[in-house]
Design a protein around this ligand. Structure first.
Ligand SMILES: [Mn+2]
Length: 199
């Protein structure tokens, strides 16, 4: 499957590719896969589940409910959709718009799907006008899995932790384990601090 990604970067140990499209136009597509995964030109993956099936995936005390799971060739595609009020991301600064919580939730759910089916699983985070294909370093997943007991304790969960809860709980640890991406806002924040606190 050759896809013409528009951009890519690495954020917090996660390789992130970006494919932009017209989010409003795509809404009218009649085929689910074309709406959810506009980067697929001709391929038509088979729909296994959508959110309305309430299909839970369990592994390592995680319970996950991805928004959609497709079968594509020998592998699977697990999709996390975040509508964020229909807000579009810009091609110029999408690195600041993509949220670490969403990335982690998408990866955790994809991990649960992959472990359930024992098949390679592509993790796709879909916003209003952009799809991100996420490919984490093994260490990212290892770190998140290591936080399960603490996250369960924190949420007073005795049996399972949801992908969303675990993602939220993991944010600070992942942030502190990887150097932050260079972005204009942090440079501006540093300059503002130096200016205000000068003496
Ligand atoms: Mn969702």
């Amino acid at each position: 499957m050759l896809i013409n990604w528009h951009d890519q970067t690495t954020l917090y140990g996660i390789e992130v590719k970006a494919y932009f499209f017209d989010g409003d136009a795509v809404k009218d597509e009649s085929v689910l896969a074309k709406r959810a995964l506009p980067f697929l030109a001709a391929a038509r993956p088979k729909t296994l589940f959508t959110e309305s099936d309430r299909q839970n995936f369990y592994c390592d005390k995680i319970v996950a409910q991805p928004d959609a799971v497709f079968e594509h060739g020998d592998g699977l595609i697990s999709v996390e959709y975040k509508s964020v009020g229909g807000k579009s991301h810009n091609r110029a600064d999408w690195r600041q718009s993509i949220r670490l919580k969403d990335m982690l939730q998408c990866l955790i759910a994809g991990y649960a799907v992959a472990q359930t089916y024992k098949k390679p699983t592509a993790c796709v985070l879909r916003y209003h006008n952009v799809c991100h294909l996420l490919y984490p370093e093994a260490e990212v997943i290892h770190t998140v899995l290591g936080l399960i007991p603490m996250a369960m304790n924190y949420h007073s969960e005795e049996r399972r932790i949801s992908a969303s809860q675990l993602a939220q709980f993991s944010i600070d640890k992942i942030r502190s384990s990887y150097s932050p991406p260079d972005d204009d806002r942090s440079a501006a924040g540093k300059a503002a601090h130096e200016s205000l606190l000068r003496r």
